[in-house]
Design a binder for this molecule. Structure first.
Ligand code: ZN
Length: 216
């Protein structure tokens, strides 16, 4: 923890004074460019990966970059999506999975989670990805895990579309959805191409959207 506090002191003494104008502006309001829904994993550093700064990204992070479908008992993820779309009017939502994801590993390996009942319950929101993933053949456990990470991003994009604010913004042409998978070792991102339902390298397909049609 000492490193973390020393890091803050460096920020306070060296970074903050040099960017006073920015923080003065941000103290009044925010207008983020996108909502990111990513995994809590410490290796996924969104601002570093996308070279964005304070005020640029609105972020939800949880185990497995999961978006529960909209329902009668909305929770924190649902409330945050609603706020981002209805109040902040974000124009883009990115669901981002990553390689070597612990949550996806637990599902792919059928790991018993008896000592983690909350995790076990939470991962049920990936059941559709699990069903699709388990019906296919794989050459190795790594291949199966990698496929599940992609299947899960696809499933969470589908869950996202059940949220009324998202459905409305899509219908009005004010929102685009993106499904990304970040490979930690290779430093690359694959992006979901909605119409073909395949993942393609983001570097060569910068305009790709997870939507299959203009309306979702
Ligand atoms: Zn993860």
């Amino acid at each position: 923890m000492r490193d973390v506090i020393e890091g803050f002191l460096t920020f306070q003494q060296e970074i903050y004074p040099n960017r006073l104008e920015l923080f003065k502006k941000l103290a009044e309001a925010q207008s983020p460019k996108a909502l990111f829904i990513s995994c809590s994993d410490s290796r996924v550093v969104l601002e570093m990966l996308t070279q964005q700064g304070p005020g640029d990204l609105f972020v939800i992070r949880n185990a497995g970059n999961i978006v529960p479908p909209y329902g009668p008992e909305p929770g924190g993820v649902t409330a945050t999506v609603e706020y981002a779309v209805a109040a902040l009017h974000v124009t883009d939502i990115v669901v981002m999975g990553h390689s070597n994801c612990g949550a996806m590993k637990a599902i792919a390996a059928g790991q018993p989670l008896d000592n983690m009942p909350a995790v076990s319950h939470w991962l049920r929101y990936s059941d559709s990805a699990k069903a699709v993933n388990e019906a296919r053949e794989y050459g190795s456990a790594d291949e199966k895990l990698n496929a599940l990470v992609h299947d899960n991003v696809y499933a969470q994009i589908a869950n996202l579309k059940t949220h009324p604010t998202v459905a409305l913004a899509l219908d009005q042409g004010q929102l685009d959805l993106h499904g990304w998978v970040y490979d930690i070792e290779a430093g690359v991102i694959d992006a979901l191409d909605g119409p073909s339902r395949t993942f393609v390298p983001l570097a060569e397909n910068t305009k790709v959207s997870a939507l299959s049609t203009k309306l979702g």
